[in-house]
Design a protein around this ligand. Structure first.
Ligand SMILES: Cc1cc2nc3c(=O)[nH]c(=O)nc-3n(C[C@H](O)[C@H](O)[C@H](O)COP(=O)(O)OP(=O)(O)OC[C@H]3O[C@@H](n4cnc5c(N)ncnc54)[C@H](O)[C@@H]3O)c2cc1C
Length: 378
């Protein structure tokens, strides 16, 4: 197992007993950093916590629409671009054109670039253990904040807990051999996984080959090894995680949730990066409005909740497809895959899918408003 970069031993000093922040963001991955980025012009004391250093623990294949990454100024992290997806069933193979580009990216670099856009926010490594009212408890002590965000992924640490295998979670595991390829590839084939899919995503000098199972009780290690063998790659450098496939309330008992903690991961495809960015930005904008006095915390909670809930029907339709596709007879699946390969159909389908969280939502990082004194001096 890799040793993760985090503060250890004597470096892990306790927080001061009166530690406080205007906004406390727990989790420094896609959702948490997207929230912090929206607050960079607020002038508020923003603290971001994670149990590891920023960018330290990659848990995904890191494929996202290139336009999302470009809109956020993260294009330097891109490793490879794709305008189509090669789709395999047991007996069919088809190429689906996106009508836009997906890109695989380098996780540590993307997190570093996002963090650079977070202005004066402070970062601390600490394991968040729970909360009492406005106080968050960590292994380094307590921090008080009136505005608390849980962006810590599927566990929903600061809300009603979620436990596999009973909870609506998929499981994903992948290997990262040093190898290369030209195409994003996906397999829907029961020879690999009963309900779910396999993938091989090239990212420059590595392939990210994995299996996602919608059934949390089904093990994914052997299928991942088999798929790696099928692709002709070594099953090395493992990583995996649970993946939520139903939306959860985006607020609970005064806490804001964004990303996987709120189930903001699209069912069927398990695409959760652009949605973590999208709902993280939405959450950050509500918090920014509290900090500059345009609304109070209760209004922000209500607006964030309503905004996220308004997307739920789209997630539910994807959830219907997640249940339907594994049940399709192989012949029907083969015909469907061929039908979607028609350019007009694939562009139409991906356009609808894209609109679940379009990149037009991402704007350049907010600029700090000039103070009256600075304006006079200019
Ligand atoms: C194998 C696999 C492959 C995937 N591939 C893709 C893909 O290619 N494209 C895509 O769009 N989605 C993919 N996903 C889904 C995607 O990874 C998630 O939806 C996405 O990471 C959610 O982002 P997040 O910021 O909400 O949470 P996370 O990325 O899970 O980040 C949570 C953060 O919180 C921190 N944290 C957790 N608990 C604590 C604690 N107690 N105290 C302090 N910090 C804590 C973690 O260290 C982490 O930094 C994949 C998932 C898996 C499992």
């Amino acid at each position: 197992m890799p040793v993760r970069a985090t503060k250890r031993g004597s470096e892990r000093t306790p927080f001061p007993s009166d530690a406080e922040a205007d906004v406390l963001i727990c989790g420094a991955s896609f959702a948490g950093l997207a929230v912090a980025r929206e607050l960079r012009a607020s002038g508020a004391r923003v603290t971001v916590l994670d149990r590891y250093e920023i960018g330290e623990r990659q848990t995904s294949a890191c494929a996202a629409p290139a336009q999302w990454l470009e809109a956020l100024g993260l294009q330097d992290a891109i490793r490879q671009r794709f305008d189509s997806l090669v789709f395999h069933t047991r007996s069919a193979r088809a190429r689906w054109a996106f009508g836009f580009d997906y890109a695989t990216f380098d996780y540590p670099e993307l997190c570093r670039l996002l963090w650079e856009q977070c202005g004066e926010a402070e970062f601390e490594t600490a394991k968040v253990e729970g909360r009492t009212g406005d106080v968050v408890h960590t292994d380094r002590g307590d921090i008080h904040s009136p505005l608390i965000v849980d962006a810590m992924g599927w566990r929903r640490v600061l809300g009603t807990g979620v436990q596999p295998p009973e909870a609506p979670l998929s499981r994903g595991l992948e290997v990262h051999p040093f190898a290369s390829g030209p195409d994003l590839e996906v397999w829907v084939d029961r020879a690999f996984v009963r309900a779910g899919y396999g993938w091989s995503f090239p990212a420059g000098e590595e392939l990210r080959i994995g299996i996602g199972s919608y059934e949390p009780r089904d093990h994914v290690k052997d299928p991942t090894v088999r798929l790696a063998g099928h692709v002709g790659a070594e099953p090395v450098r493992y990583q995996g995680n649970w993946i939520p496939h139903r939306m959860r309330p985006a607020t609970e008992d005064g806490v804001f949730f964004a990303g996987d903690s709120a189930g903001h991961c699209i069912p069927l495809t398990a695409e959760g990066i652009r949605t973590a960015l999208y709902f993280g930005i939405a959450c950050g904008r509500e918090l920014a409005a509290v900090l500059d006095g345009r609304q109070d915390r209760e209004a922000a909670l209500a607006r964030h909740h309503t905004f996220c809930a308004a997307h739920e029907w789209k997630f539910e339709r994807m959830w219907d497809l997640q249940r339907l596709i594994p049940r399709l007879h192989t012949d029907v699946l083969d015909r469907l895959v061929g039908f979607i390969a028609r350019r007009g159909i694939s562009h139409w389908s991906f356009r609808h899918y894209w609109n679940i969280a379009p990149p037009s939502f991402a704007l350049p990082a907010p600029q700090r408003a000039r103070t009256p004194a600075a304006r006079l001096a200019a």
